[in-house]
Design a binder for this molecule. Sequence first.
Ligand SMILES: O=P(O)(O)OC[C@H]1O[C@H](O[C@H]2O[C@H](CO)[C@@H](O)[C@H](O)[C@H]2O)[C@H](O)[C@@H](O)[C@@H]1O
Ligand SMILES: O=c1ccn([C@@H]2O[C@H](COP(=O)(O)OP(=O)(O)O)[C@@H](O)[C@H]2O)c(=O)[nH]1
Length: 495
Amino acid sequence: MSRIVVVSNRVALPQRSGGPAGGLAVAVNAALKDKGGIWFGWSGRVAPEPSDAPEVTHHGAMTYAVIDLTTEDYQEYYNGFANRVLWPVLHYRVDLSEFYRSDLSGYIRVNRMFAEHLAKIIRPDDVVWIHDYHMMPLARYLRESGHQNRIGFFLHIPMPPADIIQALPQHSETVGALASYDLVGFQTEGDKDNFARYLETRGGQPTPDGTGCDIGGRRVAFGVFPVAIETGAFVRRARHASRTRFVKAFHESLMGRKLIIGVDRLDYSKGIPNRLDAYEHFLRTGPEWHDRVAYVQITPKSRTDVPEYQEMDRYVSHKAGQINGAYADVSWTPLRYVNRTYSRSALAGFYRLADVALVTPLRDGMNLVAKEFVAAQDPADPGVLVLSQFAGAAAELGTGAVLVNPHDTEGMATALRRALDMPLAERRERHARMMRILEVRDIDCWAEAFLAALSPKEPATERREIALPRAAIRSVVRPPSPTSPWSSRLMPRGA
Ligand SMILES: O=P(O)(O)OC[C@H]1O[C@H](O[C@H]2O[C@H](CO)[C@@H](O)[C@H](O)[C@H]2O)[C@H](O)[C@@H](O)[C@@H]1O
Ligand SMILES: O=c1ccn([C@@H]2O[C@H](COP(=O)(O)OP(=O)(O)O)[C@@H](O)[C@H]2O)c(=O)[nH]1
């Protein structure tokens, strides 16, 4: 019988709940745990020697197979090429990328090693589903060694326009290698269109029905599959969490103040400095709100070996201290900045307490926090989602959220004020609009739609879809300033 084999760098191992926070692991885990399958990837460990064979564990319907990385692999493949080249460039930040040929070699070496391990795991009729920018060339290497399986790829992060992709040194080895898949899935229409245009620049011929492209003697199909959450389960989780002692204690600590919440990995793509600027502006221009709000920013540290992330850490801590220094009183802390990882149950309870969520990335593939926040609300008295127009989630939630441009400090402060003042009837109506989408497009729908489109019997045109409002959002990329040091490139203008 055909099995589903999923491959990703990050694997949500069952014995390690409370591990690093990240949407890919959360989503893939939710999609597969009942369906079953094999999940192959990195163990999260760095070891002196490469793994001879994957370490295999079974849990429910899932089999996990993971390998360790050596220090060199971890530096070159993960910290280096994946997180200092592909991550910034695909998030439209060519100015932050640091390219070294040795890192690209490491990336290719690790992908070849993944392909070799995988070749021993997969059977000819298995459907292989590969995830994210760490693994772009994997299908090419599997094809080179004769594997004819149906192989799909899903990109969790944005796909920028062709001009930006072309700034990636040797992009044919990474983005170009996506042409070896049978199906490539994206979070938004804009991402898909950018990829289609990129393939055309490489001589690809769009198929007459527009669902793919013929290139290099093969046909690659494209699709849009916005990643989702376990909506029903998250609603129940939030209801339950709000009754726990832990969440009640948090509620009491607010002493009747309105709660503004932000939950993001400490990553420059999440726009945290811009958001703090906007909050500072809100406090400066709105003294009537002093002592009436509490902003809790939960920010687990991420990719801490990467210099840009270390700098972001220093900057955000400093900025948080500045805001509290300027506006706190003996009995009021305007900003609670927390570098801890919380369980998703605790987060669900926090979201339900919140009056406003600030989800304002400069660029984000999707942003599951936005969806979780909406699902966690009490429909009778829901909080308001303030959402960046540059998050993938804006394509689905844009009609219910208050959309903002994260580069517009005053605009964000105004949006925050509007959200805090929003009448109950409008809050209910906006929340209901977003919930309708989250209920129809949940995580099972995401996995089923992708796998149906990948399966040979059900071509992409027959898959289950609902019409989505188009985000149709593009932004202009500011060229890097040759004179500024890299650290200032991370900060908002004027910081
Ligand atoms: O694995 P890490 O290096 O610790 O990083 C965590 C994950 O970050 C990214 O998540 C993305 O996927 C989410 C789900 O589709 C999406 O909502 C979000 O917008 C993306 O940023 C990354 O793509 C994952 O590979 C990482 O595991
Ligand atoms: O302390 C935390 C912070 C975040 N998350 C989870 O991590 C995921 C973050 O996914 P998102 O798509 O928002 O962003 P990413 O970090 O993947 O870029 C969400 O499911 C959060 O609930 C968590 O479990 N604990």
